[in-house]
Design a protein around this ligand. Structure first.
Ligand SMILES: [Zn+2]
Length: 306
């Protein structure tokens, strides 16, 4: 499948066929929020890094181990702590002896870090038994992590989640863009961990960089990616204007606005649409004359202050 526009191109690549140094394994967790499923990337040929191990599915776990084969996995990077990206991290680190890297407050304890990323569906003792043998390390914006085969640079990109990062592959035109920029849909911003104004700043941050090929957490590879980022920025700014104009006409809740802004939306995506609208309303309230009464929540009615 390929979607082509005048300015950018989104190309479906065959699984495991990006090139000999970057391999793609897509988890079989396809749904309304994940497109084909979560994209797991393996970097290197002998000493490997993995970006987003993905959901803790046994089929995916076995597929990843088979792809690693006789090579050594040393680094597990997480673009963010949503379960469909991180839930397999502890299991994989335990199995391979590799270390987990994520953006987080460096003062958090090991147990706090692992609690953020553990498989939330694992109710038994597996987690407790494993954590003593698992290493985890916080990383920060612009940090470079490398071995003799690859070098990855951290680009902090809060917005979709406050701990979201992209990773630039040194010596290439490629950025692993996680859920910040995806090859099938605009991202979901769910307050309070998601923040629309941070998201927009993080899109602008990518535009300052040279890389033009994005490998996202879901969906297809994006060529001419900077034009795609510009289109995403325009989309968000137009949506903000549309919401602002509607609120100026009369008070609305996020839910009221769904039917006007997304009249044909798939019922499975209504919750995500409501979150995105609420994220815009929070952002508008912080910088315009839009307000609400009482404690702000997704049920709040917003109005224009004369
Ligand atoms: Zn996510």
């Amino acid at each position: 499948m390929a979607i082509v526009s005048n300015h950018y191109k989104i190309v479906r690549v065959a699984e495991n066929m990006l090139n000999e140094r970057v391999r793609l394994i897509t988890a079989k967790n396809s749904n309304a929020y994940t497109n084909f499923g979560t994209n797991t990337y393996l970097i290197g040929t002998q000493n490997l890094a993995i970006i987003d191990p993905g959901p803790n599915l046994t089929s995916h776990f076995e597929n990843v181990l088979n792809t690693i084969g006789s090579a050594k996995l040393t680094h597990i990077f997480l673009t963010h702590s949503h379960q469909d990206h991180c839930a397999m991290a502890i299991r994989l680190a335990y199995e391979t002896g590799s270390k987990i890297y994520l953006l987080a407050d460096p003062n958090l304890s090991k147990i706090d870090l692992l609690n953020k990323i553990k498989d939330k569906s694992d109710k038994d003792q597996k987690f407790c038994n494993k954590i003593f043998n698992v290493q985890v390390q916080t990383i920060k914006d612009f940090e470079q992590i490398s071995n003799e085969e690859w070098c990855l640079k951290v680009i902090a990109t809060p917005g979709h989640m406050d701990d979201h990062i992209c990773l630039a592959l040194h010596g290439s035109d490629a950025i692993f863009s996680g859920d910040h920029v995806m090859g099938w849909s605009s991202t979901v911003i769910i307050p309070p961990m998601g923040n629309m104004s941070h998201f927009i700043l993080s899109l602008e941050k990518l535009l300052e960089r040279d890389e033009n090929l994005y490998l996202p957490g879901h969906g297809d590879l994006i060529t001419n990616a900077k034009d795609y980022v510009k289109s995403q920025l325009n989309h968000r700014k137009n949506r903000e204007l549309q919401i602002f104009d509607l609120i100026k006409s009369r008070p609305f809740t996020s839910k009221d606005l769904i039917n006007i802004i997304y009249p044909d939306i798939n019922s499975e995506l209504r919750e995500a649409a409501e979150s995105n609208i609420f994220a815009h309303l929070i952002d508008l309230a912080s910088k315009t004359k839009i307000s609400n009464k009482g404690k702000m929540s997704i049920k709040s009615k917003f109005f224009y202050k004369l």
